[in-house]
Design a protein around this ligand. Sequence first.
Ligand code: ME8
Length: 668
Amino acid sequence: VLGTVLFRKKNRPQSEKRIEIFTKLYYNVKYLRRKAGKIMEKTYYLTTPIYYPSGKFHIGTAYTTVLADTIKRYKKLKGYETYLLTGTDEHGQKIEEVAKKQNMKPQEYVDGAAKAAKELWKLMDINYDDFIRTTEGRHEKVVQKIFDRLMDQGDIYKGEYEGWYCVPCESYFTKTQLVDGKCPDCGREVKLMKEECYFFNMKKYAPRLLKYYEEHPDFIKPDYRKTEMINNFIKPGLEDLCVTRTTFDWGIKVPKDPKHVIYVWLDALTNYITALGYMSDDDTLFKKYWPADLHLIGKDIIRFHTIYWPIFLMALDLPLPKQVFGHPWLLQGDGKMSKSKGNVLYADELVDFFGVDAVRYFVLHEMPFENDGVISWELMVERLNSDLANTLGNLVNRTVSMTNKYFGGTVEDKGVVEDVDAELKAVVENASKAVDAKMADLRVADAITEIFNLFKRCNKYIDETTPWVLGKDESKKDRLSTVLWNLIQSISEGARLLESFMPSTSKKILEQLGNGHVTEKPEILFQRMDLEEVMKKVEELHPKVEEKKEEEAVIDIEPKDEITFEQFGAMQFQVGEIIACEAVKKSKKLLCSQVKVGSQVKQIVSGIKAHYTPEEMVGKKVMVLVNLKPAKLAGVLSEGMLLCAEDAEGNLALMTPEKEMPAGAEIC
Ligand code: ME8
């Protein structure tokens, strides 16, 4: 209304004074309406990582964004004014090299890749509010301003850096951090490099960061990630961080020294505030949404988001995000995805196969809260057939068909109640609370399971009430009407709860059920699939590159004396979950793990540093000899032993349970 008043006479120039008065009035009215509960006052800003641009995303990378979209939709339904940011991380040596390999200019390459990303998000029904590209002027300009400010206030200073550099990880390491002379993060070759460099004074902020962690127990989730950050990175001492590079060109230039480009992480992380207009002519969004409520990221980039990023923000005197959630990884069932194995699961191909909501269901449902999730064609076909086609699709289909068959498409509650009804109603009434509780902790897989439990309960209700039997008896017609009415109400509630997770399925179900007036012909929601046919198509799509099969070697080892069953029984083995791991200082071979065994946490030192990085160890379920007498190794107490298999070359492989097993399960 104010807008119309203000601009009613189109061409009449507005005096500054007039605009000022109306603006004031506008904010006052907004304030009053907010107080009166007329407009939403809760905002929710969440971000995904900005992605390295590539032509095709595998389903693991797409997971973060599906998850973010689900959380956003959920918050929106709960009355929040939401803002979801995503985008592409387009600078750095890695991009420069990929572009070169494809005979392209970096800008040309990232233009194509950013377009592909946007198309994929559209395909996956991702409802983002802004897509930022780090090569955009609105981002680059502000990153330069930030750099200048940090220089002026002395947080960035000039020096010289020498270290071992891993190109894919864009990170420097000291010699002792390398594992077998290779990158401790990804295991690839590193190069010794020396360069003039600007440093960021991380050391200065470490105590403040630790204090912040302490005072904000929800800042890093899941909890054990915080322990990892403190023990593995902050306690051993934060080094000042080299925040510029001179060895390549594809990045944002340091304003007063353009032979330097700004370190890709300082550049990338800032996207969360440049997108909102921080330090720009229009920072309305920044004022409205910062600090972020949630940065959603994968476990590999937690360190950047919970150490560097908060410190940069502290230096800029800005409030820190309320929460950083590092989710586990989604892995391919038969090992790591690789192009040569032809087993990479690409997000767009999965959508073509199964449809977008099925894919959203698979990833959201299969990803546990703390450990990595596993996905494969077999599993997806199984879930499609059992959960989506059977439990859900069939339920809706049967309900619509029976309503049509017995009542010409319209039923009402005739009030003929039986005891079983109350049980169904209790489950339905409780479902929304249960989903709320799971979502509050970001336990999204559990939330979706709650919704499917509701659908399962509906199926059970059909078995209990046997509508087809009621249908044969004219005197039971009113009872039948009540039964179908109850089903329609319950399924509709389930469908409403499903909206954030599987938006178009939710809509389709509600349209078919129409509050008691069902559609004439039910639309099949999910078609069953045959695994063999699927696998045939997959093979056509990604022919396997023939791998030469070498005859598998066998090993004979020196036999030991026989033991008795009692001797064997004296040893106690249990499944342990490694929740934190770090290298033992002063030792080349040892890693020290914190292993959850039942409700206890044991500290175990193992000589496997040459075979696993600490990051690889974390999250693994392993076989532990728990009653071995504690001993000190390299001065560190060890309270058990992790069991490994060893081949002729001395390569070690941890023994892990073949199926999912809880920490503490006895191995016997
Ligand atoms: O890390 N399962 O970008 P990115 C689940 N540009 N998540 C996975 C995954 C898997 N198998 N593989 C990767 C970057 N991810 C940086 C971020 S933010 C300022 C800069 C996740 O394209 C990964 O953890 O390599 C990350 O959260 C996201 O996918 C994008 O990864």
